[in-house]
Design a protein around this ligand. Structure first.
Ligand code: GAL
Length: 633
């Protein structure tokens, strides 16, 4: 099946007599999918028990009759005001103990049992009514779990549910005290009732306490989604989707994905560059109209795994957004480039947010495919061009990459809790490895920490993975290719303690981390063979072999050719050098790319992307500004 395009549409924002022409224009523009309903609860149920489905029935018929496939959504990301009157304690509470107010969205706490039941009630109403509707071809559950910092909640409901969760996990308070090391600072508990959420403590709470709270909070998202998904399955056999976000890491997306058929994600390249990137000001300026050339791809690869091979871009930036610190216009052609990049990474659908710019409320400054007056905005013609170009293809088939990277949500939480140096970020560490691999022209698979089979890969990178579980340990033991681990890999127990046998606990690596240090931003440690370590450095002893050394004499890489452990956080120069040597030794061919050019290989094509306002020429391939080119393999 060829990938398709779509858009996000809000019939409730526009007069009824506009719906038909909107639908017809979408079809004429090459769009085949339309997502609706995710924030429409106050129009579906204006008062408790008083339902109004007529407008939605009508909108669904109009969109469907025009030939569009509909993604219907459950509206639970935006509970209406009257629900708060009914459940005054359903709101999310932040880590300062402040209750988040009504007046935007995502104001619910995942642990509130009353709200969970309300969400299932409205889901059931929709599922019963539309589960078999032939125009509805897929369902989206809720909208962007965790967006606006809404995974962790310090509410009363969360406090009660957390105690139950801890009891189910540890059964005995002595076991919990031991696991957390509560003898430290006299933190021992006599019973589960005494345990509070880890917030408003005088200084840091116990990291094991915090990690369990993050695990619990992630489980609450998983349960919420699971409840909706199981209910939906009774009424529909259509695929269930959730639209995840960029760089939201506070729940386990792999686990949520187990209950769904397709992973969607919302891709806002320019917003993310301004709002969620640690790159420096020069980089941000260079890419302000293009986006970070690796950020979208990283998430495409991540969500391909979260979706077990099936994934969409549910929302694609079509022009300037409204929510980042600066909101520039994309360079001409970038909407097309981003769409093609998603397709090359395996997206089944790319859907633009939104069809028409809203003239009111919070997002009135957010571009759509159309301006508020219904005139086409620059993104629309690019979407239509992608649709036309797609017709050249018979199909675009994905292949397993030769190189993979392990990405783990728990490690993210662990190192957020205990970064040891203010700049240590697991996401950034992993992302640096990903960036280096991509700059060598490699396509990368992202694997969960539960991966059981590594056999078809040639190179696996596993930086910062706090703890290696049994299944992955076995997979590493029988893995024939090269494993690159460190820094911080295998450095904690599952309870977030230092293991009895000192780290790294990584199969095939002999050595001991005698001590670690973190470095201020203007300090670094040069590596003899080139490049340097920033931010994090380990003193390794008891190794049987040194592969590389630092200028100060300390080991930089220890291990054997096919099992290597890095002592620090390498910069791009070191990473590119180390990874290209490893790839060449494994007969994985690499292409050195400039910062603004990236490639993606599918079964029959190599796609080239130019994230730049000037032409780029690489290996005889001429790439126009913001250009996309595909060559047959
Ligand atoms: C997404 C969200 C949409 C809209 C969009 C604006 O995060 O799912 O509803 O708010 O951002 O960029």
């Amino acid at each position: 099946m060829l990938p398709e395009l779509g858009s996000c549409y809000y019939p409730e924002h526009w007069p009824k007599d506009q719906w038909k022409s909107d639908a017809e224009q979408m079809v004429a523009s090459g769009l085949t999918w339309v997502r609706i309903g995710e924030f429409a609860w106050s129009r579906i149920e204006p008062k408790e028990g008083e339902y109004n489905f007529q407008w939605l029935d009508h909108a669904i018929s109009i969109l469907g009759e025009a030939g569009l496939n509909i993604v219907m959504s459950t509206p639970t990301a935006a509970p209406p005001r009257w629900l708060l009157d009914k459940w005054p304690d359903m709101s999310i509470v932040d880590s300062q103990g402040k209750t988040r107010k009504f007046g935007s969205r995502r104001h619910y706490c995942f642990s509130h049992e009353g709200y969970l039941q309300e969400s299932l009630r409205i889901t059931k109403m929709l599922a019963e009514r539309y589960g078999k509707n032939t125009y509805i071809k897929a369902w989206q559950l809720d909208n962007e779990y965790g967006c606006h910092d809404t995974t962790l909640s310090y509410s009363k409901s969360a406090a009660i549910a957390f105690k139950d969760w801890l009891f189910a996990k540890y059964k005995s308070i002595d076991v919990l005290n031991e696991a957390w090391g509560n003898v430290f600072w006299s933190m021992e508990y006599n019973n589960f009732e005494q345990i509070d959420l880890p917030y408003l403590t005088v200084t840091n709470a116990n990291p094991s306490h915090e990690l369990d709270f993050k695990r619990f909070s992630s489980d609450q998202v998983i349960n919420f989604n699971h409840s909706q998904a199981s209910l939906m399955r009774i009424y529909t056999d259509k695929p269930l989707i959730h639209n995840y976000m960029g760089r939201i890491t506070d729940f386990d997306h792999y686990a949520v994905g187990q209950d769904l058929d397709i992973a969607g994600w919302d891709s806002y390249p320019l917003g993310f560059l301004e709002d969620r990137s640690n790159q420096d000001e020069d980089f941000k300026k260079q890419f302000m109209r293009f986006g970070d050339p690796d950020f979208q791809a990283f998430h495409h690869d991540l969500y391909r795994t979260v979706g077990k091979g099936r994934w969409w871009v549910m929302e694609q930036q079509p022009g300037p957004v409204n929510w980042a610190p600066f909101n520039p216009e994309p360079a001409a052609g970038m909407v097309r480039l981003w769409s093609w990049e998603a397709i090359a990474h395996g997206a089944e659908v790319v859907s633009y947010f939104r069809w028409r710019q809203a003239p009111f409320a919070q997002e009135q400054m957010h571009a759509g495919l159309q301006r508020p007056d219904g005139i086409a905005a620059p993104g629309l013609a690019q979407a239509t061009q992608v649709d036309k170009e797609l017709k050249e293809f018979k199909g675009i088939q994905q292949v397993q990459s030769k190189v993979a990277l392990v990405f783990d949500y728990e490690s993210c939480w662990a190192w957020e809790i205990q970064p040891q140096g203010k700049d240590f970020s697991y996401f950034e560490l992993v992302y640096d490895y990903y960036k280096a691999l991509r700059s060598l022209g490699l396509s990368v698979d992202i694997l969960p920490p539960t991966q059981k089979d590594l056999s078809d890969y040639k190179v696996i990178v596993m930086p910062g993975l706090m703890h290696i579980d049994k299944a992955l340990e076995l997979a590493i033991e029988s893995f024939k290719g090269v494993l690159i681990a460190g820094p911080r890999t295998g450095s904690k127990t599952a309870n977030m303690n230092i293991p009895k046998q000192l780290p790294p606990i990584v199969p095939g690596i002999e050595g001991t981390v005698a001590s670690v240090e973190t470095l201020r931003p203007n300090a670094s440690i040069a590596i003899e063979a080139g490049g340097k370590f920033n931010c994090w450095m380990e003193n390794l002893i008891n190794y049987n072999n040194i592969i590389e050394r630092c200028n100060d004499g300390r080991p930089a890489i220890i291990g054997k050719k096919n099992r290597q452990y890095l002592a620090g956080w390498p910069d791009q120069e070191a990473l590119k050098r180390i990874l290209s040597d490893v790839c060449l030794a494994q007969n994985v061919s690499i292409t050195q790319l400039p910062d603004c050019v990236r490639v993606r290989d599918t079964l029959k094509h190599r796609f080239w992307f130019n994230y730049s306002e000037t032409e780029s020429i690489v290996g005889g391939i001429k790439l126009p500004p913001s250009g996309v080119i595909w060559e047959s393999l």
